[in-house]
Design a protein around this ligand. Structure first.
Ligand SMILES: *[C@@H]1O[C@H](CO)[C@@H](O)[C@H](O)[C@H]1NC(C)=O
Ligand SMILES: *[C@@H]1O[C@H](CO)[C@@H](O)[C@H](O)[C@H]1NC(C)=O
Ligand SMILES: *[C@@H]1O[C@H](CO)[C@@H](O)[C@H](O)[C@H]1NC(C)=O
Ligand SMILES: *[C@@H]1O[C@H](CO)[C@@H](O)[C@H](O)[C@H]1NC(C)=O
Ligand SMILES: *[C@@H]1O[C@H](CO)[C@@H](O)[C@H](O)[C@H]1NC(C)=O
Ligand SMILES: *[C@@H]1O[C@H](CO)[C@@H](O)[C@H](O)[C@H]1NC(C)=O
Ligand SMILES: *[C@@H]1O[C@H](CO)[C@@H](O)[C@H](O)[C@H]1NC(C)=O
Ligand SMILES: *[C@@H]1O[C@H](CO)[C@@H](O)[C@H](O)[C@H]1NC(C)=O
Ligand SMILES: *[C@@H]1O[C@H](CO)[C@@H](O)[C@H](O)[C@H]1NC(C)=O
Length: 563
């Protein structure tokens, strides 16, 4: 049967005209069935005898694949090479090749033999394969400013034809300029399959503004396009400016803890610094600050900080330390004698010009800058506080001034007591320390508190006889005494130190004189009455009344004494 066909073919070739059509193209997918239509799938001529498929080998020789006769149901496979198992033909005379590989990219020819014609339809086969994957490899973690840094590599594996790559930044194409943008691509061919693996690496010199930039690699292939995203990346750049901060809320005062903080504008921020403290270089690791504890007045001056990895990058600041020392020539308890002179001198050392103010017993002494007394009085005693202040600094010193003096009795008085039976004697004295009281009579006394160097002592006496009472005051510096006459006759008069007379006795004398005069007047009146015998005067009554009153009081007092 086959040999008959060949004979027939040989015959046809001999008698008919051979026609060859222009080459058609067919694209197939890798691994799938290649369908190669004969004559573009056009119906076969009516007097068709058979269709034969053949191909051109790499060496240019002819390879027979199969032959299909109109008269037979089955096609005859003529191929003896790898196509023997892979070729078949369908009802439309299309050649089917299973499991397409790149080696199938050749020209296959369909030969249509009819009673009148022999026409060849060559078809060129292309086998495409989409990349098995598009991936980003070697993705960078950061970008360096102004320095081409690898952003990443895009790889499209096993494709045909080879995938090509382009790069975009924020949606705009990146054009390689060999400086800021460097794109390097390579294609690797798998010798076994002939498939291409394409890779493209982007190197990019970033600017600070690129911190949010998104990079995209675009893979372009005949059958598919794909985009892979990279970024955004942190941008690293070295410090261009360093500054030193002195962390302090107000002026720095001696004894403060002062923290120095070094700032640098690089990214990532530097983590190690040198602090230059009074000529000493102090390394600080994993921190940007250094604390000076308990700063002294001598610590004022210039301080510097620099980057540990670039000491030329440095900054400096100067620190002024405020201080204020205060001492007074007097302190604690100062004891002075009444009438002494007394001066207090303020000694102060300060970084500025401080204000001085004084308070005495908690009250401001307005306008007093210097404390000096030419003659101390008891009133000068008290607690003195000197306050010296300068911006944010205040110092206080205090002392207690005690003015001592011999006691002196300022008054000794007598008064009728409430019960009218007794008399209250009041002795008032001045002196520091507090004087003791002694009386020449036995009585329980009541003492007032010792305030402003003054103190009084009261006793109650009930004299049955005329008494001379002495009040005696004393302290370690001396004593003073004063006496007072207290009569058993009920009469009150104050006895002041400045009037030496006994007023009570004087009063009694006056009463005596008046009584004498009245007696004399009575006698004169009697004589007058004896001579005149006819008239009387009202004044006599008055005189009698006054006399009577006086007598009554005297009697009253006597009665009282008797009781
Ligand atoms: C087939 O492909 C080749 C190149 O591969 C081309 O020159 C030719 O014009 C194509 N033919 C048709 C019909 O598209
Ligand atoms: C043959 O061709 C016709 C028209 O071109 C088509 O409809 C039919 O599906 C084809 N048959 C096969 C087996 O490919
Ligand atoms: C200063 O620091 C020391 C220890 O570092 C601390 O004991 C002290 O209280 C601090 N002084 C002030 C004024 O903060
Ligand atoms: C000083 O640095 C340390 C360590 O980094 C940090 O914990 C601390 O908060 C810093 N102090 C200041 C005042 O910034
Ligand atoms: C601070 O320093 C002074 C001397 O400069 C010292 O007398 C004082 O005790 C120190 N204070 C502290 C809290 O260390
Ligand atoms: C002030 O400073 C001087 C010298 O430093 C010193 O001799 C003096 O004692 C200081 N005075 C006070 C009150 O600290
Ligand atoms: C005072 O009273 C005491 C006893 O209470 C007595 O011993 C003393 O002699 C009395 N002194 C005078 C002066 O009366
Ligand atoms: C007390 O003195 C007054 C005069 O000062 C005198 O009259 C009186 O008799 C005296 N009394 C006694 C009890 O001595
Ligand atoms: C008190 O009376 C006496 C005589 O009784 C007299 O000598 C004396 O001067 C009087 N004293 C005073 C302070 O009056």
């Amino acid at each position: 049967m086959d040999s008959a066909a060949f004979l027939l073919l040989a015959f046809v070739n001999a008698v008919t005209l051979l026609q060859v059509w222009g080459t058609d193209n067919v694209t197939a997918l890798y691994g799938e069935v290649i369908v190669i239509p004969c004559n573009g799938g056009a119906p076969a001529p009516a007097d068709l005898m058979f269709v034969k498929w053949k191909y051109e080998k790499d060496d240019g020789t002819r390879g027979d694949l199969l032959i299909k006769q109109v008269s037979s149901v089955q096609a005859t496979v003529q191929a003896t090479d790898q196509y023997a198992q892979r070729v078949s033909i369908d009802a439309n005379f299309s050649l089917l090749i299973s499991q397409a590989t790149l080696k199938d990219q050749k020209t296959f020819t369909c030969m249509v033999v009819s009673g009148s014609n022999l026409i060849e339809y060559p078809v060129s086969v292309l086998v495409y394969k989409i990349p098995s994957s598009v991936q980003i490899m070697d993705k960078s973690k950061v970008l360096q400013k102004d320095k081409p840094t690898m952003v990443g590599t895009c790889v499209a594996a096993n494709a045909n034809p080879a995938t090509t790559f382009t790069w975009k930044k924020n949606g705009k194409p990146l054009l390689a300029d060999g400086k800021a943008v460097v794109i390097s691509s390579s294609i690797k061919l798998d010798p076994a399959t002939g498939l291409s693996t394409t890779s493209s690496t982007l190197q990019y010199a970033a600017s600070k503004e690129d911190f949010a930039a998104v990079f995209v690699c675009v893979s372009t292939h005949k059958l598919t396009n794909q985009e892979e995203e990279l970024g955004p990346f942190p941008i690293y750049y070295p410090s261009e400016k360093v500054s030193l901060e002195i962390m302090s809320k107000g002026p720095i005062v001696e004894g403060d803890n002062v923290t120095l903080k070094c700032h640098a504008d690089g990214n990532p921020p530097p983590s190690s610094f040198f602090f230059h403290i009074k000529g000493q270089k102090m390394p600080v690791v994993n921190s940007d600050n250094y604390t000076l504890t308990n700063i002294s007045r001598e610590a004022g001056g210039e301080y510097k900080c620099s980057l540990a990895d670039n000491e030329k990058m440095e900054a400096s600041q100067s620190i002024a330390v405020s201080y204020l020392d205060l001492s007074l020539t007097s302190s604690g308890k100062v004891v002075k004698a009444l009438g002494d002179t007394f001066h207090v001198t303020i000694e102060k050392n300060a970084s500025g010009d401080p204000e001085v103010s004084w308070t005495k017993n908690g009250k401001a002494m307005e306008g007093v800058k210097k404390l000096q007394f030419s003659k101390l009085t008891y009133a000068d005693a008290g607690v003195y506080v000197c306050e010296v202040s300068m911006t944010s600094l205040t110092r206080r010193q205090s002392f207690e001034l005690v003015v001592e003096g011999k006691p002196m009795i300022t008054s000794l008085t007598k008064d009728r007591a409430d019960d009218a039976d007794s008399k209250v004697l009041t002795c008032e004295a001045e002196g520091v320390p507090e004087p003791n009281f002694q009386w020449s009579v036995n009585s329980t006394g009541v003492k007032s508190s010792h305030t402003n160097s003054k103190v009084t002592h009261k006793i109650t006496v009930t004299p049955s006889v005329n008494l001379t009472v002495t009040c005696r005051v004393s302290n370690k510096l001396g004593e003073d005494t004063m006496t007072i006459n207290v009569s058993s006759v009920f009469k009150e008069k104050t006895d002041k130190r400045d009037s030496q007379e006994d007023s009570e006795d004087q009063a009694k004398l006056i009463v005596g004189v008046v009584v004498g005069l009245l007696v004399a007047a009575a006698i004169v009146g009697l004589i007058y009455w004896l001579y005149m015998k006819n008239s009387r005067q009202g004044s006599w009554k008055t005189g009698e009344k006054e006399l009577g009153t006086s007598e009554e009081s005297t009697k009253l007092e006597d009665n009282n004494h008797a009781v």
